[in-house]
Design a protein around this ligand. Structure first.
Ligand code: UDP
Ligand code: MG
Length: 315
């Protein structure tokens, strides 16, 4: 068996890493074609996400010098998830199976064989799962763990320690096309597709060059988007909280009224201030959460394109 594998790599200002990444992947693909694990029509698809540096020029050069390289260029920067989606859909036109990974090769490419083997065993989706987070700094490790715990509590089905290193069959990609959402959180959507799935474990290294395109601020927004794009449980929690607070207030009201008629009411300045501040804060927070969802609805109803392809290099 040797079916066509495409490797999709979103690239945003990655001039420092692309050449090396393609070199390593080229030898890996050579090795896999030799073993007849994959067809020699397999390709590396580099998606330029509106980079401001030399990334696209490098992709064009690689396209003419390397038999595996194909390129897609988006009309502007649309963010990792959208670039990935563009690549998956573009690759899905040619490939039997598509693996997505980052440009910096933090994900170990030696497990590509395992991905492909799982695919031949009938898996439509294979998740790359990190063995451990020992290499992460303490801060990243704890925030990541907290995020998975929170998502779990909110009822979102996530594959633990899986990012966007995964294999999808052409079939799974076809199904993914039916998820029209603009607010993309692929690792939340993909498990909803179903089918037979598999897991491949790997070690995640450090970025070998260039800088992370996900600073803390972006990561927090990504996490919030992840929550609001997959679950409405926060709104439900507000409703429950509102109900409980109303109930307690009712009891408190009775107590206050009785106190009033008994003439035992005292100044109570501290209590008043504390309650006003507390409930003021809670209310603003709740409006904010509801607002997040209203904003998402606003963006979804517009149904704007998630990306625009400017250029495709494919032979
Ligand atoms: N990326 C992208 N568009 C963006 C930001 C990032 O296509 O707007 C790509 C980036 O080139 C890389 C991948 O997304 O291939 C993951 O980014 P990075 O490695 O910087 O994230 P980290 O591993 O630090 O979380
Ligand atoms: Mg990275």
């Amino acid at each position: 068996m040797s079916e066509i594998l495409y490797i999709v790599i979103p690239c945003y200002n990655e001039e420092a890493v692309i050449n090396e990444t393609v070199n390593r992947l080229t030898s890996k693909l050579d090795e896999m074609t030799e073993k007849e694990l994959i067809s020699n029509d397999s390709r590396i698809m580099l998606v330029n996400d509106g980079s401001k540096d030399n990334t696209w020029n490098i992709i064009e050069e690689l396209y003419s010098s390397n038999k595996y390289v194909t390129g897609v260029s988006l009309s502007r920067n649309r963010g990792h998830q959208n670039a990935l989606l563009a690549g998956l859909f573009e690759a899905g036109e040619h490939a039997d199976m598509v693996v997505s990974m980052d440009a910096d090769l933090q994900d170990d490419i030696e497990v590509l064989d395992d991905f492909v083997k799982k695919y031949y065993e009938g898996c439509q989706i294979v998740y790359g799962v990190r063995k451990s987070r020992k290499k992460d700094r303490f801060f990243k490790r704890t925030t990541a763990l907290g995020f998975y715990k929170l998502m779990n509590m909110l009822g979102v089905e996530l594959v633990y320690n899986h990012a966007d290193y995964r294999l999808m069959s052409r079939r799974a990609i076809e199904e993914l096309k039916n998820y029209k959402e603009v607010n993309l959180f692929l690792r939340g959507i993909v498990p909803m597709i179903g089918f037979k799935t598999g897991i491949v474990e790997y070690d995640r290294g450090e970025r070998f060059a260039g800088e992370s395109k996900y600073p803390l601020g972006k990561m927090i927004y990504f996490a919030l988007d992840g929550i609001t794009s997959t679950t409405i449980r926060p709104i439900r929690m507000i409703t429950v909280m509102g109900f409980l607070i109303a109930l307690v207030s009712m009891l408190f009201l009775i107590y206050v009224i009785i106190g009033h008629f008994q003439g035992t009411t005292v100044q109570g300045w501290t209590t008043t201030i504390v309650l006003v501040c507390l409930f003021g804060g809670i209310q603003i927070l709740c409006i904010g959460v509801v607002g997040e969802y209203v904003g998402k609805i606003y963006l979804e109803t517009k149904g704007r394109p998630r990306y625009i392809v400017e250029n495709v290099l494919h032979k």
